[in-house]
Structure formats: C-alpha cells, structure tokens
Design a protein around this ligand. Structure first.
Ligand code: PLP
Length: 388
C-alpha cells in the first residue's frame, strides 16, 4: 500500500510499542488471575501492576480503579441511580448531562429516559453553567455526567467549575475523560470527579478495555452491571482480559511519562495544520477555535463541502480522517455536537475531524495540506463532486 497518514486518533490510537510488548508478555502467561497457584498469581500480578499505572495517570489510588471491557461499559457502570456514599444511601433521582456527550453517556446508562435531562452548551460547545445551576436547584441527589473533552471538537469542558456547583447541591459528578486523558492533565482531585471513565485504546493500549475510577471508597456502586464470579471486587464479574489490561498499564505509563512534552509537540503540529488549512482556503471554519481544546483535534468544515465525499477524497489521497464521531460513521448522521452548538445544518454536514497522535509527524501534516489544497480548489471550482 502507498504511504498513508493516519489522522483518526480520536477514533482509536495506534498501540504503543510498550503496550504491544506488554500484551505479548501477558499472552505467554497460563494462569487465571483468580487462581491461587503460581501461574494464577503471576497473572494477578500483571493486573495489579497495570492498575497502579492507570491509577497514577489520573492521580487516583489503585484500589479505586475497576477494569471494564470499554469506555462505553465504564460509562454504563457509572450511570446508575444506585450510587451510595457514607452520607447518602438513597438513590440518585436524576441524571443531568451536557448535550454534547458521547453516545454511551447520552443513552443515559441505567436511568429511566424520563429521569435523564440534557443541558445546553454555548456556541463554543461548553456547558452552560447557569443552566446547570438551575437544573441542580430543582433536582434532589443528582448525578451529573460531563465529559472532560469532546471527541468531535476537542473542546474542553469547565469540569472543575461544574464539580463545585454539583457538590454544593449535594450531587455527584461523573467525568468521561476518554478523549482527554494522556492529552491534557487529568487529576481526579483537581477535576473534582467522583467517578471517571477511561478507555485503553485511545491512549495507545488495545481495543476492548476500559476503566471506571472512583474518588475514594466512599463511592459505592450498589448495582454491578455484570454479576458472577466477583472479579473487580464484585463490580465487574468475568475473567479479566489480562492481555488488554497489561497493555493498558503499559500505555498509561508511557502516556504519563510523555505528558506535557508530547502535548506541546502535538499542539505545534496542529497549529501548523490549522494555519495551512485556512491559508489554502479562507472558507475553512474550525469549530471551537476560540476556546480551550485538546492539542490534537481539529474539526472543520467549509461552505459547500460534504463530509462523506471529503473523507473519501482524503482517503484516496492516503489520508485517514473522519466525518464526526467514529461511532456513527457508516450511518450518515448529522453531528449532535454541532447541532447543540447551533451550527447550521449545511455546515454541520460538511464537518471533517482531523485528529493527531504520537506517531504523527510534520510530513503527515504536509501530506494532509497537499490533499486539502486539491480538495479546496475542486470545491471552489465546483468540480470533483464535492460541492453540495
Ligand atoms: N466516551 C468518549 C468521549 C469517546 O470518545 C468514546 C469513544 O469514542 C467512548 C466514551 C467509548 O469508549 P470505547 O470505545 O472504549 O467504548
């Protein structure tokens, strides 16, 4: 295959070499982590080392990390009325969430549809804190779910401010940090998160592993999603995915080490990309450009551009990008994120997401800009079928 440039890291990241090595080593282990013999204990040790690494990435204690099969499952596990604390055993009455959450949060977890309320965002895609305050005032014992960074736009939410409001109202805060972790600082205490969701494959681990992290053992989820053999301290039954968890731990260690230096490298590349994007075509609009965003994400559109056609045109030029969220690709659905931000439907239909990662280089960005130059000139000439 001709050389290609991968720009779809928010859909999934390339596994880190360290994660592959950890997975290979774990594959060689024979034991079930619940077994008491030496083989079992070796598998258990791999899981507990990974738990320490994942906890360290978000400044939590290892005992507060619960491995799941995905970020989606961690969200499902977290979003339940049955969350108890030492002071409050009664069920959470309602789930409040922002209108730009990932589908796995928007589905409402284990709350009844009528007990779920979406809150508006501003035109930059940030939660309207005044609307949160109003909703909290009329909701006893709320659970609020707010993502740290949006998967489509990369826009960072005012999580710490929201946490203060939620806690003052006697509520609990769940933070979906799937896209943020490893890209921006993500400390449970600083955020004020009571529960936090992570996904291994977004940070260079393997697909099919996630984690739910709690603030402390004061947070107790009373209705596990999967009951059975009592794994993950009764919260998630089923023999653990030792291979995937081992890789998750290794990826977490690399992400923690790479930290701010990697974020700065990413930001420089992303700035290069956005400057080029606009210089080539003044029609290009970058969403959320005026507010704090992840250093790796650009969601853009241009008048007259159709996302599906643009994605195919980029693909033919060796560039992998996506139209909106990966979970809804395949089905052409307008982005609920841009709709919530009040973006006009024609512009929404043209939104293309470009997301960078640890292996992205300047020459990838140049290749992207070369493809964009062709597409933009076809757009302005109304050729190549990309015009709406
Ligand atoms: N939350 C956000 C913000 C996401 O972007 C995603 C995946 O794209 C998920 C949750 C789901 O994670 P997973 O793919 O591990 O189920």
């Amino acid at each position: 295959m001709a050389e290609r440039s991968y720009f779809d890291w928010n859909a999934t990241a390339l596994p880190r070499a360290e994660a592959r090595q950890a997975a290979e080593a774990a594959l060689a282990l024979a034991g079930n982590p619940s077994s008491v013999h030496a083989e079992g204990r070796a598998a258990r040790a791999v899981i507990e080392r990974a738990r320490e690494a994942v906890a360290a990435l978000v400044a939590a204690r290892p005992g507060d990390v619960f491995f799941t099969s995905s970020g989606t499952e961690a969200n499902m596990l977290a979003l339940t009325p049955a969350i108890e604390t030492a002071d409050e055993k009664r069920p959470r009455s309602r789930l409040l969430l922002s209108a730009v959450e990932h589908a796995s949060v928007r589905a409402g977890g284990r709350f009844a549809r009528e007990a779920t309320e979406e809150l508006p965002v501003d035109t930059d895609g940030r939660l309207n804190l005044a609307a949160l305050t109003v909703a909290l005032a009329k909701t006893p014992r709320p659970l609020v779910s707010l993502m740290l960074a949006n998967n489509e736009t990369g826009v960072i939410q005012p999580v710490t401010e929201a946490a203060a409001l939620v806690h003052a109202a006697g509520g609990l805060l769940h933070v979906d940090a799937v896209q943020a972790v490893g890209r921006i600082a993500c400390d449970m205490d600083v955020l004020g998160a009571d529960l936090l969701t992570l996904s291994a494959h977004k940070i260079g681990g393997l697909k099919g592993v996630g984690a739910l992290v709690r603030r402390s053992d004061d947070i107790h989820i009373a209705d596990p999603l999967i009951r059975g053999g009592g794994q993950e301290r009764g919260l998630r039954a089923g023999t653990e995915n030792v291979t995937g968890i081992a890789a998750f731990g290794a990826a977490a260690m690399v992400a923690r080490r790479a930290g701010a230096a990697e974020a700065a490298r990413m930001l420089a590349l992303r700035d290069l990309l956005e400057t080029g994007l606009r210089a080539i075509s003044p029609l290009a609009v970058v969403f959320g450009a005026g507010v704090e965003r992840l250093p790796n994400t650009t969601l853009f559109a241009a008048d007259g551009m159709k996302a599906e056609t643009a994605v195919i045109a980029f693909d033919l030029d060796g560039i992998a990008v996506s139209s909106g969220a990966a979970c809804s690709s395949g089905k052409v659905q307008p982005s609920h994120v841009l709709a919530a931000m009040g973006v006009s439907p024609p512009l929404t239909r043209g939104a293309v997401r470009v997301s960078l990662g640890w292996s992205t280089t300047e020459s990838d960005v140049e290749r992207f800009l070369g493809a964009w130059r062709k597409l933009a000139s076809a757009l302005s000439n109304g050729r190549r079928g990309v015009a709406a």
